[in-house]
Ligand binder design. Structure first.
Ligand code: HEC
Length: 169
C-alpha cells in the first residue's frame, strides 16, 4: 500500500514539472466577474492515518534518505525540494482535520508549524544549501513528533525509527 501511494506521490510531484511551460500555470480571470456569495466547502476525504502514510511520511522518509549525504546533482536537489513542498502541503491538509473534541487550536498551530518548517526545508533545498537543509530537516522531525506527542499518537519519526518502512521512491 505504502509503495503504491508512494508512486502516486511521485507521479503527483513529477507531473507539474513535466507539464509546466512558462506562464501555463497562471490562473486567468473569468470573462465575467460578478460579486459572488458562494463559499466553497472544504471536506477532508482521506483518513489522517492514510494521509500520514501516503503523503507526509512517504515524502519525509525519502527526503531523510536523500539528505544523508550532500546531493551531487541538480535533479536530486529538485526532488528534495518537491518532496519537502508536499510535506508542507500536507500541513495544510491537516488543517482540514482537527480533532472533534478538545485541542482544535493546538492542532491547527501544529499543522501550521509543520507547513512552515517543511517550507523552510524546501527553500534550503532550492538554494542547494546542505547545512541549512540538515537543520531544517531536524526542525521538521521535531514538528512531526511534537504533534504526535501532544495528541498521544504512539509514533516517533526520525532516522532510527521504523527501519522497515518504505519511502516514496
Ligand atoms: C498536526 C498533527 C500532526 C503532525 C504535524 C504530524 N502528524 Fe503524523 N499523525 C498524526 C495523527 C493524529 C496520527 C494518527 C492517525 C490515526 O491513526 O488515525 C499520525 C500518524 C502518523 C503515522 C502512522 C501512520 C499509520 O499508518 O498508522 C506516521 C508514520 C506519521 N504520522 C508520520 C508523520 C510525519 C513523518 C510527520 C512530519 C513530517 C507527521 N506525521 C506530522 C498527526 C500529526
Amino acid at each position: 500500500m505504502t509503495r503504491f501511494v508512494g508512486q502516486l506521490t511521485l507521479g503527483l510531484l513529477l507531473t507539474p514539472l513535466l507539464l509546466t511551460t512558462p506562464g501555463s500555470a497562471q490562473v486567468r480571470r473569468p470573462a465575467t466577474t460578478t460579486t459572488s456569495t458562494f463559499t466553497p466547502r472544504f471536506e477532508a476525504i482521506a483518513e489522517t492515518r492514510f494521509l500520514m502514510e501516503g503523503l507526509t511520511n512517504a515524502n519525509y522518509r525519502s527526503v531523510h534518505r536523500l539528505l544523508k549525504d550532500r546531493p551531487t546533482d541538480n535533479e536530486t536537489w529538485a526532488f528534495i525540494r518537491g518532496q519537502a513542498i508536499l510535506i508542507a502541503e500536507s500541513g495544510n491538509l491537516l488543517l482540514l482535520r482537527p480533532p472533534r473534541n478538545d485541542g482544535r487550536d493546538t492542532w491547527m498551530k501544529l499543522g501550521m508549524d509543520l507547513r512552515d518548517k517543511a517550507t523552510a526545508l524546501a527553500k534550503a533545498a532550492g538554494n542547494r544549501d546542505f547545512a541549512r537543509c540538515r537543520t531544517a530537516l531536524e526542525a521538521v522531525t521535531l514538528s512531526c513528533n511534537r504533534c504526535h506527542q501532544t495528541f498521544r499518537v504512539p509514533v516517533r519519526v526520525g532516522p532510527e525509527a521504523d527501519p522497515n518502512e518504505r519511502d516514496a521512491e
